[in-house]
Ligand binder design. Structure first.
Ligand SMILES: Nc1ncnc2c1ncn2[C@@H]1O[C@H](COP(=O)(O)OP(=O)(O)O)[C@@H](O)[C@H]1O
Ligand SMILES: [Mg+2]
Length: 540
């Protein structure tokens, strides 16, 4: 609405209102002028007719007094005729313009003005009589000094046999016209009525124009301006990026169709944009995934390289120790045979043999772990590897004050993979648990087969009573190099490498932790269908 008044050049409604309004004003003015003019001519023709009648009536009234040459009577009749309101003056004059009788007594005997209608109505030139006009003009209207108009009507008094045979013999036979009756009738009443009518008509016209303009304005605003405004607003919103906007026009005309088309266009646009955004998101997610995979591969490589060199070194040392240890055991056995059964020496030697056996077992485990055959895939018993790893760590000082609570499922849980990789995962879990508990407390190790999303999985649980993991550290756990341990103690690669291995096998690692209470890691690995059946078979 504001645009209509502030910037009419920018508003369709304003242009329509101005154009239609201007046309209406011009047509109404023409109509108004035509009515007024027609009224004026109609009323004048009636007035002229009445003027003519009045002249004829005057002629009839004075007929007898004129014929009988009763001059006083003629004069009296004229005075009587001029008494009604509106009759200004009635006069009779002869052909030469001498006023013979008049209701205005003072003008009797005077000569009329030669330029008046009385003369000019018939003669082309009143001075050069008898040149006559084709069509005599018997009336004229002029304004008197009070501003009102007066109708001046002339009627000739023709010569008749009764006149030239009358006793007075004043008029000869060949005289055609004896004189003229001149009636001056006031048009003041008519002028007043015309003025009132003109004013009323003007008022009606003004009211008509105003009412029609108002209605026109309201109709144009409702039908054109408002819907167009709503559409313009909608376009503005859409241009500024709001594609959830829809235009609320529900009419069934062209505006409604336009709004509907606009709305469905915006819907299509939104769908296209959402699709674009989705693609971008998918692309971003894909890039992030690939980046993570690259990072993980890189970290894996580092870890593998580290473990490989560590393993090579450990294997060398283990070999070196194994030979003297075999010597120790052999000679201890020989020495034991020399002492009688049950003697103190024999019992001491039995302890030496037992401890040496334990040492060789540890070395054997170390050799298995450090075997320099990365990614050697085969069927692996999870329980077996767990037992072996637990045995290995239990013999380390770090775990001397840690109790292992082992709840392994009876069934053989077989997975196809590299045993050294599983050992790596489990070892890291135990070391992390021991670190979190300051090397004192209880670790629960459990295995079980579960179903998830209709698929069989092996779940390996590692629960400790340690310090737990802070909420803000949770998302970073599996990032390579994320560690909260002091320099030299943690590399931040353990979980990241474990995650890579587990994911490669189609599994995942789940974490539950409560700060100050403890942490549970659940390694879930998918069980191949065939293996599952075998496992179940074994269980039977
Ligand atoms: N059982 C656990 N209890 C508490 N925190 C843990 C546990 N396991 C892992 N974490 C946290 O995750 C981090 C990353 O572990 P990891 O990837 O094995 O690297 P590192 O052991 O070298 O620090 C650890 O530094 C520790 O903060
Ligand atoms: Mg670790």
């Amino acid at each position: 609405m504001k645009t209509i008044f502030r910037h009419p050049g920018k508003s369709i409604a304003a242009k329509l209102i101005i154009a239609i309004g201007a046309l209406m004003v011009v047509l109404t003015l023409i109509f108004w002028y035509a009515i007024l003019a027609k009224q004026q001519t109609d009323i004048m023709s009636i007035a002229v007719r009445y003027g003519g009648s009045f002249v004829n009536f005057t002629k009839e009234s004075i007929y007898h007094s004129m014929l009988n040459f009763q001059r006083d009577e003629t004069q009296r009749v004229l005075v009587t005729l001029s008494t009604p309101e509106g009759v200004q003056r009635v006069s009779i004059y002869d052909h030469k313009g001498n006023i013979l009788f008049s209701s205005h007594k003072q003008s009797v005997g005077q000569v009329i003005d030669k330029t008046s209608v009385a003369c000019k109505g018939c003669h082309t030139d009143p001075e050069r009589s008898p040149a006559l006009l084709q069509e005599p003009q018997k009336w004229i209207v002029y304004k008197n000094n009070q501003g009102f108009r007066t109708l001046h009507t002339i009627g000739e008094i023709p010569n008749e046999p009764a006149c030239y045979t009358a006793a007075c013999h004043i008029h000869p036979r060949n005289q055609k016209i004896l004189g003229f009756v001149d009636a001056q009738l006031s048009l003041a009443f008519l002028d007043e009525a015309l003025l009132r009518q003109g004013l009323a008509l003007t008022a009606y016209v003004v009211i008509f124009v105003l009412v029609v303009s108002l209605f026109l304005g309201v109709i144009i605003y409702k039908i054109v301006s408002r819907p167009v405004g709503v559409l313009v607003k909608g376009m503005g919103k859409v241009a500024s990026g709001n594609l959830d906007y829809s235009v609320p026009i529900k009419s069934s005309d062209e505006m409604g169709v336009l709004a509907q088309t606009f709305n469905s266009m915006i819907k299509d646009l939104k769908t296209a944009r959402d699709q674009g955004e989705k693609w971008t998101q998918t692309l971003e997610a894909e890039i992030a995934k690939k980046t993570e995979e690259i990072q993980r591969t890189n970290a894996n490589l580092i870890q593998t390289e580290k473990l490989a060199s560590l393993g090579r070194m450990a294997a060398g040392v283990a070999h070196e120790i194994n030979n003297p240890l075999t010597g120790v055991v052999t000679f201890a056995h020989l020495l034991k045979k020399r002492f009688p059964e049950g003697s103190t020496e024999s019992e001491d030697l039995a302890i030496i043999i037992e401890q040496a056996d334990r040492c060789s077992k540890i070395i054997k485990n170390l050799l298995t772990f450090a075997r320099a055959t990365p990614s050697e895939k085969g069927k692996v018993s999870i329980n077996e590897i767990l037992n072996r790893t637990i045995f290995m760590v239990q013999n380390q000082e770090k775990f001397h004050h840690i109790k292992f609570d082992i709840k392994l499922e009876d069934a053989q849980l077989i997975i196809v993979g590299d045993p050294s990789q599983f050992q790596q995962i489990f070892l890291n879990m135990f070391i992390n648990a021991a670190d979190a508990m300051n090397e004192r407390g209880r670790i629960i190790v459990a295995t079980r087969s579960i179903m998830e999303n209709g698929r069989p999985y092996i779940e390996i649980e590692f629960t400790d009573e340690g310090q737990g993991i802070k909420e803000e550290d949770m998302p970073k756990l599996f990032e390579p190099f994320f560690t909260t341990k002091p320099v030299g103690k943690g590399t931040g690669l353990g979980l990241s490498v474990s995650h890579g291995i587990v994911k490669h096998l189609g599994g995942y690692i789940k974490v539950n932790s409560a700060v100050g209470k403890g942490t549970s890691f659940f390694v879930r690995l998918p069980l191949a269908e065939g293996e599952n059946e075998k496992n179940t078979g074994n269980r039977r």
